[in-house]
Design a protein around this ligand. Structure first.
Ligand SMILES: Cc1cc2nc3c(=O)[nH]c(=O)nc-3n(C[C@H](O)[C@H](O)[C@H](O)COP(=O)(O)O)c2cc1C
Length: 344
């Protein structure tokens, strides 16, 4: 079994994925409370870090309760990446530095950042080596399966990352051209797990805890990374842990419990952000995710998408619970929590 470069509480760790605008400090704290073993910051520009851009440095803040935590950086200039890694190591002291070779966004790839690097594996290796020289922390990488269908070759990409010094590799088995379309090819994760000596994390299309168990069984990955599957359901990590440990999966929280967790999340954001009104508006997307699938959720979502302050949220939840839909939801969500299609 390949060894992780940092001590972890479980042999098969569950990671909260790096996600711009989502895997911020409050959500990372919440996911740690609900069973994520490791969290990663959203991707941060090496140039922004090097130039000590205030907004970028602000996103590097984290608390001790978030550890173990990785800081993810992106860029195509090995020197800038090395400078950024050195600054992050000295000033913020995370547990590892992750390099983003997966971001498909045009603004990033046109300067060869993110998955743009995958067109030039020599550059990928140069970046990993430069970053590894600049920090004593473990350097890990997150990659896609290739730039395009023609260049699809996750095993070669993984081997080149390992050869350059990556200590853990995460594969999201889609190409850049695919963006988020099609499905993640879990068989590519299995092939990379087989080919590499370092731990390989599987990522892509885990929507529920049973999906996480299925990925683990199909790929034999050393760990599992969850991104969109955590939206509005941070408890997915605890549920996945139950299944990994062979226990019956704990029930999905009922509607009142979901609202309580959403309010806890809101309080964490409120106490973390300097601009509470801006933060409340930003928080609307999480509220939409928390109420997804509830009876009459369209109406509820419309109300929640109009909030301008954190104070408005609780009243909307209370009115819902006391209204006709609340009763239906209380019955419905309880039934939904029997969804443990685990045996497969
Ligand atoms: C809103 C959003 C933001 C993301 N930001 C990042 C990022 O900053 N760095 C990164 O490596 N991947 C990022 N990703 C990709 C995810 O980490 C993950 O690889 C991808 O969503 C597939 O996993 P999933 O099917 O579990 O969502 C982002 C994805 C989403 C949906």
């Amino acid at each position: 079994m390949p060894r992780f470069p940092i001590p972890l509480p479980h042999a098969v760790p569950l990671y909260l994925a790096p996600m711009a605008g989502v895997s911020e400090s409050p959500f990372r704290q919440l996911c740690r409370q609900y069973g994520a073993d490791v969290v990663v910051t959203e991707f941060l520009s090496a140039e922004g870090i090097r130039r000590e851009n205030e907004a970028t440095l602000n996103k590097l803040r984290f608390g001790p309760q978030e550890r173990p935590i990785g800081v993810q950086i992106f860029g195509s200039d090995p020197a800038a990446m090395a400078d950024a890694a050195a600054l992050v190591t000295d000033v913020f002291q995370p547990d590892f530095v992750d390099i983003n070779f997966g971001c498909p966004v045009k603004k990033v790839v046109k300067r060869n950042g993110g998955s743009g690097c995958l067109r030039d594996l020599g550059l990928v290796q140069e970046i990993i080596r430069a970053v590894s020289r600049a920090t004593h922390l473990p350097v890990t990488c997150k990659v896609r399966s290739g730039w395009s269908e023609e260049m699809r070759d996750p095993v070669t990409i993984g081997l080149r990352c390992q050869d350059a010094g990556a200590k853990v590799l995460t594969l999201h088995p889609r190409t850049r051209t695919q963006m988020y379309t099609g499905s993640a090819r879990w068989e590519e994760i299995a092939a990379v797990v087989e080919a590499l000596d370092i731990p390989v994390l599987g990522n892509g299309d885990i929507k529920s805890a049973p999906d996480a168990l299925r990925m683990l069984r199909q790929t034999k990955a050393a760990g599992i990374m969850i991104a969109r599957g955590s939206f509005g359901q941070p408890w997915i990590f605890d549920q996945a842990r139950d299944l990994f440990d062979g226990r019956p999966m704990r029930a999905t929280p009922g509607v009142a419990e979901r609202f309580r967790i959403a309010l806890d999340h809101a309080r964490l954001v409120e106490s973390y952000e300097a601009d509470p009104q801006g933060a409340a508006v930003e928080f609307r997307k999480h509220l939409g995710w928390y109420v997804k699938g509830l009876p009459n959720s369209g109406d509820l979502r419309r109300q929640l998408h109009a909030v301008n302050t954190f104070g408005e949220i609780e009243a909307i939840f209370d009115a819902y619970l006391q209204g006709p839909w609340g009763e239906a939801a209380l019955a419905g969500v309880a039934a939904e929590s029997l969804d443990a299609d685990v045996a497969a």
